[in-house]
Design a protein around this ligand. Structure first.
Ligand code: ADP
Ligand code: FBP
Ligand code: MG
Length: 361
């Protein structure tokens, strides 16, 4: 296919490195392939509403190190299940044909979707409908199959491990238990990595349902040996054995409408009751998604952006760029979205954590 113009959009929760990807996409498209680039505003919403801007090298100058996305994003709008109000009622409509027609009107020959599992599932649906689409894996959660890592994860876990370092000094001074709730949706990657990096005593993740008694036993054992403080890192998706996910809010317009949160406060209270030790809870929240990407994420984002446009130039549609070992490769979007990547509860990383005394409850 002779390509003249490509479209790019960022979908799902924002994440450090999005701007670095956009910059790499635009520079590669213009310099290597002489394509024009159209950026859609606020993810798939921009495609539906035909809101876009032409991206020149000038437009992407100075954004490599900046957090967020200059294009805006949303974790609600799905063109195949688009929420609209009719007579005060929320109904879902398939507006994908409209979105495709908009692309055709704008002369966009191929689309680069930068997103996580949700956005890439939408990208895959568009590909099945015949649209030339490629994907770039983004998410702080690192929960995408078919790639060793997503960009944004390294920055999020750096923020989380710095938070643990800070909690350590105040926990030690006050002889307290400090609980830190981190993001990650249904996967425990941020909690596990940040917990190991920050020297947590207890890490609670969705892949290993826990008991309060188990976590308290570890905290009491430390106290009996003179360590009168403990650090507990809990993933927002972690559950007590036979318990349920703790949901903070429901976003009705969203396909995956559940927003997790609140487990930190629940277990904080329970730990205080069972250990008798003063306990404080910190919810790290969106700090994990903000700020400047780490050097690792800037490099990965740049390689992903370049790789995405290379896939377009090679007619490798329906594919996503992925990191495999030290290489950037193409994998099918299908393989990327068919299953969430979760922590192996019996894997080496959990084994390493347990070997240095970390308790999983
Ligand atoms: N399994 C899915 N299939 C199709 N659309 C989905 C799916 N999961 C989420 N979505 C939709 O995809 C969009 C982005 O999903 P979200 O999970 O918030 O971000 P991300 O792209 O980072 O995974 C939202 O509109 C959401 O409603
Ligand atoms: O910004 P919101 O709507 O509260 O969403 C929070 C969710 O988004 C994330 O920060 C990122 O998830 P996605 O990569 O799927 O967008 C999750 O860790 C968290 O559960
Ligand atoms: Mg997601």
């Amino acid at each position: 296919m002779k390509i003249k113009r490509i479209g790019v959009l960022t979908g799902g929760g924002d994440c450090p490195g999005l701007n670095a990807v956009i910059r790499a996409v635009v520079k590669t498209a213009i310099r290597q392939y002489n394509y024009e680039v159209v950026g859609f505003i606020n993810g798939f919403a921009g495609m539906i509403k035909k809101e876009y801007r032409l991206l020149t090298e000038q437009e992407v100058s100075g954004i490599l190190h900046r957090g967020g996305t200059i294009l805006g994003t949303t974790n609600r709008d799905n063109p195949f299940r688009y929420a609209v109000k009719e007579n005060g009622e929320l109904v879902f409509k398939d507006v994908s044909e409209q979105a495709i027609a908009n692309l055709q009107e704008l002369g966009v020959d191929a689309l680069v979707v930068i997103g996580g599992d949700g956005s890439l599932a939408i990208a895959n649906e568009f590909y099945q409908k015949g649209l030339p689409v490629v994907g770039i894996p983004k998410t702080i959660d690192n929960d995408l199959s078919a790639t060793d890592t997503t960009f944004g994860f390294d920055t999020a876990l750096t923020t989380a491990s710095e938070a643990i370092d800070k909690l350590h000094t105040t926990a030690e001074s006050h002889h307290r238990v400090m609980v830190l709730e981190v993001m990650g949706r249904y996967a425990g990657w941020i909690a596990l990595h940040a917990g190991i990096a920050g020297g947590a005593d207890v890490i609670l993740i969705p892949e290993k349902p826990f008991t309060i008694e188990g976590a308290c036993a570890k905290i009491k054992e430390r106290a009996s040996k003179g360590k009168k403080f403990s650090i507990v890192v809990v993933a927002e998706g972690a559950t007590i054995k036979d318990g349920e996910l703790v949901v903070q809010r429901v976003v009705k317009e969203s396909h995956d409408s559940i927003r997790l949160g609140g487990i930190g406060n629940q277990i904080g209270e329970a730990i205080e009751a069972c250990t008798g030790m003063e306990t404080r809870v910190t919810v790290l929240g969106h700090l994990q998604r903000g700020g400047s990407p780490t050097a690792f994420d800037r490099i990965l984002s740049t390689r992903y952006g370049v790789g995405g446009v290379d896939l377009v130039a090679q007619d490798k549609f329906g594919q996503m760029v992925a990191l495999k070992g030290t290489d950037i490769v193409g994998v099918t979007l299908e393989s990327a979205v068919s299953q969430l990547k979760k922590v192996d509860p019996d894997g080496e990383l959990v084994h390493a954590a347990e070997s240095v005394g970390i308790c999983f409850g």
